[in-house]
Design a protein around this ligand. Structure first.
Ligand code: PMP
Length: 426
């Protein structure tokens, strides 16, 4: 069925917005075809401008753990907006959100609110560099930490590759201190820290990776990273922009039993409004202005409407929702695997709580090289078949599917049925 209004909207948008979108993955480049333009969302569904509803597994790329337009969040936003949308002055609400975050995440004694995960990552790196008086950064291939210059580095396969920018406009100098290593590879990290340890300010990692598709850490990966960072005096930064409050109430680091020095948050803690946060112990965080020499600021940081949405979301999440999310995601993964097997399609699924990725390949996928070896053409065909049946998946193989508390049994069953038909047609 054609999506005429979406196509027309896309054509109009392309005249004034580069590529017609404000974030590249939305353009459907990895799966082809015109993007779906959304009219509105409710619960587990989004409705496109042609009036077609979809069961949504993009969920704004993670923030909407309560589903679209959750009544408690909408009410909090409305009440806050009626009191003024921004003051540029401190409020009690932002301190209350910060208190909640610190209470939920023991490694976080101080936290600063920003407007995006990108800002959280670049600011945390600045703090780490100031705190250690070093410049080097280690990141892992396939992990994403927003689009600030030092993180936009392409990793070579296998061995460590020193800073080659993967974006035009990023000077080599900005990434020249960034080392990229394969995810889940303790030996590579030990080797780099042994050789360059004294110049490494921070090791940044998604404790459960979700930007090459979902890739959980091997059991010793994070604990070894912790040990090595402590040994070499580098700060360990966990990017929990996706995992924060997604897998439990708080950070996944406390489930995995490994604490970071600095933690990045975003997405869920803003309830679907623009928010990020970074925090850690007072020693590092109190280096920030106005207390210390590390400059960092924001006109809209701690915005009262975003803070209200975040607080309402955390309040709902404190009511033991995670068991139900786990059960729904487990059922979905089970149904997908059964469907693929019935239709003779080779897939593997990586899942952590309410996020999962279906890879077209034998698996198990444990790093970026493994994710890259999967059949993205098959994913594109599967994606479009699902879309035609009213299921919106992330428009790329290398992304997580997100469930919400609004995804009901009927949604899961309908998705599994659609997938069965999609597998049959591959
Ligand atoms: N870190 C992680 C783990 C992310 O997934 C993202 C965005 N998907 C970011 C950082 C950047 O966040 P933002 O898009 O809000 O800048």
């Amino acid at each position: 069925m054609p999506r005429r209004r979406s196509e027309a909207a896309y054509a109009r948008a392309r005249k004034v917005i580069p590529g017609g979108v404000n974030s590249p993955v939305r353009a459907f480049g990895a799966v082809g075809g015109a993007p779906v333009f959304v009219s509105h969302g409710y619960g587990s569904k989004v409705v496109d401008v042609d009036g077609r509803p979809y069961i949504d597994y993009v969920m704004s790329w993670g923030p909407l753990i309560l589903g679209h337009a959750h009544p408690a969040v909408v009410k909090a936003v409305r009440v806050a907006a009626e009191r003024g949308t921004s003051y540029g002055m401190p409020t009690e609400g932002e301190a209350e959100l910060a208190r909640r975050l610190c209470q939920a995440i023991p490694s976080m004694k101080r936290v600063r609110l920003v407007n995006s995960g990108t800002e959280a990552a670049m600011s945390a790196l600045r703090v780490a560099r100031a705190s250690t008086e070093r410049e080097g950064l280690v990141k892992f291939e396939g992990c994403y930490h927003g689009h600030a210059d030092p993180f936009l580095v392409k990793g070579g396969s296998g061995l460590a590759t020193l800073g080659i920018s993967s974006s035009a406009g990023v000077p080599d100098g900005a990434v020249g201190r960034t080392v990229v290593l394969p995810y889940n590879n303790v030996e590579a990290l030990a080797d780099v820290l042994k050789r360059h340890g004294r110049s490494i300010a921070a090791v940044i990692v998604e404790p459960v990776a979700a930007n090459m598709g979902v890739v959980p850490p091997k059991p010793e990966f994070l604990s070894e990273a912790r040990r090595l960072c402590t040994k070499h005096g580098a700060l360990l930064i966990f990017d929990e922009v996706i995992t924060g409050f997604r897998l439990r109430y708080g950070a996944v680091q406390d489930e995995l039993g490994v604490r970071s020095d600095l933690t990045l948050l975003g997405k869920i803690i803003g309830g679907g409004l623009p928010v990020g946060a970074f925090g850690g112990d007072a020693g590092a965080m109190d280096l920030l202005a106005p207390l210390g020499p590390v400059y960092q600021a924001g006109t809209l940081s701690g915005n009262p409407v975003a803070v209200a949405a975040g607080r309402a979301t955390l309040e709902e999440l404190s009511r033991k929702v995670y068991a139900r999310l786990e059960e729904a995601a487990r059922e979905l993964a089970k149904g997908l695997l059964q469907g693929a097997e019935r239709r003779g399609v080779e897939i593997s699924i990586n899942r952590a709580g309410s996020m999962l990725t279906l890879f077209f390949g034998p698996g198990p996928v444990v790093d970026f090289a493994g994710a890259s070896a999967c059949d993205t053409k098959r994913y594109a065909a599967f994606f479009h078949s699902m879309l035609a049946q009213g299921v919106l998946l992330p428009p790329s193989q290398f992304e997580a599917w997100f469930l919400s508390t609004a995804h009901a049994d009927e949604d899961i069953e309908a998705t599994v049925r659609a997938a069965d038909a999609a597998f049959a047609r591959l």
